[in-house]
Ligand binder design. Sequence first.
Ligand code: GDP
Length: 194
Amino acid sequence: NKDNVLNSPTILHHSFIGERDIPVTTYTVIVTGSSEVGKSFLTQQFTTSEYMCTYDNMTEEGDNTAVTVVLNEEESTLVFTEQTLVDDEPPCTSYNANCHVVVYSTADRSSFQSAKCFLDKLSDSEGVTQPIVLVGNKTDLVRLRSVTTNEGRKLAREYGCKFIETSACINYHLDELLVGVVTQIRLKIQREQQ
Ligand code: GDP
């Protein structure tokens, strides 16, 4: 049943690393946006984060990138899957994830429109209650900026998302994004357990 699938984001597994007996929870994150907004670059750049787990390097399995982070003495592995939005074509992957990261480029107005359309689709899909983080990337391209911070913030507020502006190029707000994703996921799980 479609609704059931949408209602039950996957926690892939709990595993234990080495002799330290620290439970690691794995979460799935779908990164969606138009082509060339920086989805791959953002994910790759997470390896430079100070929150990266030092003994567990980023791994790539097929199209997925996994990153283990340590936040508040708790480890979480995030498995990122990318989804490229193509005009007039419905997004193809399932909505089943622990978090959605929706990316546009602050230097590309049409990518902002595509992000808005995708948020619309997500909010129309009954049962999708996962946290969403809206990301305006490429803020280093100051002169080419065509989407203001306020527009991004307003869109995020409309759809109840967390909002972050980043630059994968100059490593701006990448830690905030990584921490934001983990925090949103943990808050959601805490709320469900109450
Ligand atoms: P994707 O198609 O969304 O996965 O985009 P990519 O990650 O392949 O990036 C597309 C292009 O944009 C590449 O040439 C990147 O180097 C560039 N890019 C990605 N992020 C940034 C950024 O924050 N600033 C700038 N100036 N370029 C970026």
